[in-house]
Write a protein that binds this ligand. Structure first.
Ligand code: ZN
Length: 186
């Protein structure tokens, strides 16, 4: 950030009085521009032992596979956001969605919150942000062509649960090291 969104004057990057972190501060209108992690809500849609993945029709990671997920919008609950993404990207609805995992990605200031649920009527399609949508069993998952490390981690958790008949709520931290190990690094 170079300029104040309130008054348009240049901002300074400094620790405001009474704070302990550097912020973008406008000394002209005294606005402190706080920047905080963004929430990405999404779904693990299932049919029996298979999971629905979408191939991205948008950057970043165009052409790679992902779970239906996206940035939470203002005024939405996390669950509403997750179900909206599922509708938009896979034209699908989930039966009884349950919290599946919370994944922190502190080095890029993101938090993923994912829900799992069975596809209603096993019905899905290809939304505008997807090139295709397909069901995959664990052995068919295109592991090397997954868009983001958090998707790999969430799918591993899901299939591990499936084998043991569990429905755990997972928490994990996706590190920058995982990102550097991922085939297509940022
Ligand atoms: Zn200002």
């Amino acid at each position: 950030m170079n300029f104040c969104g309130q008054c348009g004057k240049p901002v300074n990057f400094k620790i405001p009085a009474g704070d302990n972190r550097k912020r973008h501060v406008c000394d002209h209108c005294d606005t402190i521009h706080y920047q905080n992690p963004r929430v990405i809500s999404g779904c693990i849609p299932t049919v029996d032992d298979r999971v629905l993945l979408c191939r991205r029709a948008i950057e970043p990671r165009y052409g790679m596979w992902t779970l239906p997920a996206g940035f939470l919008e203002n005024g939405e609950t996390v669950l509403q956001g997750a179900l909206r993404e599922c509708r938009e990207e896979a034209l699908a609805t989930l039966n009884e969605p349950k919290l599946s995992g919370i994944y922190d990605i502190p080095h890029i200031n993101q938090v993923y919150i994912l829900y799992r649920g069975a596809l209603q009527n096993e019905d899905f399609g290809t939304g505008e942000e997807s090139l295709e949508a397909r069901l995959f069993s664990e052995t068919d998952i295109p592991w090397a062509a997954l868009a983001f490390p958090v998707i790999t981690t969430a799918l591993k958790h899901h299939f591990a649960d499936l084998k043991q008949g569990l429905s755990t709520v997972h928490t994990d931290i996706i590190t920058s090291r995982l990102y550097s190990l991922h085939k297509t690094t940022d």
